[in-house]
Design a protein around this ligand. Structure first.
Ligand code: PMP
Length: 363
């Protein structure tokens, strides 16, 4: 479609064009109802069909174990930072948190306000930058802990877990906001996963929570309805008006993933996209300096520095003029960040790499 740029924003981020085009139609007339999706009742049978389809598609694409419940919340991943300990960190118990960056740290800070949340491990470098995630064997959970919390992909620092610790009986809880559905996973290992939709799943406005039956049974009773996992399960996320349009968009994005051949197919492309950039860094390390350690490199957020801040500004401005937008790094790391979520095409990344090579050559 003419005028669309290559969007490397960290989130909200690029969405599949087919999903946007379908939404454009459904904004006016949704499912032949003569009213738009934004105008539909959340109790209408047409919306209910979308809602049920979204859950079924997600469960199928992820190959979720049968006991997993899929829930839809407003409030972003930030609300989950608080909901998680409210539901699962009762007095007298403690939870382990691994701190690998801003979001992992914020999850811990929020949990400390509610219960005995402990920093098990912190991978901050001496310069204040998080360049790595721990290996699976570095993570030694506290026996009897209520849960272990990890952030699978550190959006700001460009690091990602590529293996999971053995937690024994301790439930593993993961913030997958910036890498959910980017690769195949053994979902039986995770008791609770949450993810804001606005990177790999859809627009901002809805957060997905996937919870196992055994963890659900441990959740607190007596919480207000909007803060209770149990109540959300009992009411199938429809205890109040849900974020209808974001859920509808998630369904379209999941449909697109299906059309690509599923998660394995998308993962294959994601690996090629990330390799295109990391190979460039490895070939020209004096010019493109990746900020993440090799073993922790993210498939989704590729962070790097150039020899000077001046060159960084110049690359960002020339790239923007050439149609590559959203490349400015987070202020905590500086430099550049290319976010390569599922909907970013291999073509987009290859063109960016060509552009970067040309920039290095003339600089
Ligand atoms: N976790 C991660 C990994 C993130 O990248 C972000 C930022 N989108 C958040 C949590 C916070 O998400 P939200 O803005 O949806 O609260």
């Amino acid at each position: 479609m003419s005028g669309r740029k290559f969007n490397f924003n960290p989130g909200p981020a690029v969405l599949p064009l087919s999903a946007l085009e379908q939404a454009q139609k459904d904004l006016i007339d949704f499912a032949g109802t003569g009213i738009g999706i934004l105008e539909s009742s959340h109790r209408a049978k047409e919306f209910d069909a979308v809602f049920q389809e979204t859950k079924a598609r997600m469960a199928k694409l992820m190959k979720l174990p049968a006991d997993r419940k899929i829930l839809f919340f407003g409030g972003g991943a930030n609300l989950q930072f608080a909901m998680l300990p409210m539901n699962l960190l009762p007095k007298g118990s403690s939870a382990d948190y691994v701190n690998t960056g801003v979001w992992a740290g914020n999850a811990l800070k929020n949990a400390k306000l509610i219960g005995d949340a402990r920093s098990l491990l912190d991978t901050k470098g001496e310069d204040g930058v998080y360049r790595r995630v721990p290996s699976a064997s570095e993570i030694k959970v506290t026996p009897g802990a209520a849960y272990l919390h990890l952030c699978s992909n550190n959006t700001i620092f460009g690091t990602q877990y590529h293996e999971w610790p053995d937690t024994g009986d301790v439930p593993l809880v993961v913030d997958m906001s910036s890498d959910i559905l980017c690769r195949e996973l053994d979902w039986s290992r995770f008791d609770l996963v949450y993810a804001g939709a606005q990177k790999n799943l859809g627009p901002a406005g809805v957060t997905i929570v996937i919870i196992s039956q055994r963890l659900l049974e441990r959740c607190a009773d007596g919480l207000p309805m909007m803060l209770s996992y149990k109540q959300f399960v009992a009411k199938d996320s429809l205890g109040n008006t849900p974020p209808c349009f974001p859920i509808y968009m998630v369904n379209l994005v999941l449909k697109w993933v299906e059309e690509q051949g599923g998660v394995a197919a998308v993962e294959k492309v994601n690996r090629k996209k990330a390799a295109a950039l990391y190979d460039l860094f490895d070939a020209q390390p004096d010019f493109f300096r990746g900020t993440a350690e090799k073993g922790s490199r993210s498939l989704m957020n590729v962070t790097f520095r150039l020899p000077s801040e001046e060159l960084e500004k110049k690359l960002i401005s020339e790239a923007t003029a050439a149609g590559f937008v959203g490349l400015k790094g987070h202020r905590d790391v500086g430099g550049l960040r290319a976010s390569l979520y599922n909907a970013m095409s291999l073509e987009g990344v290859e063109k960016l790499v060509e552009f970067m090579k040309g920039f290095a050559k003339k600089s």
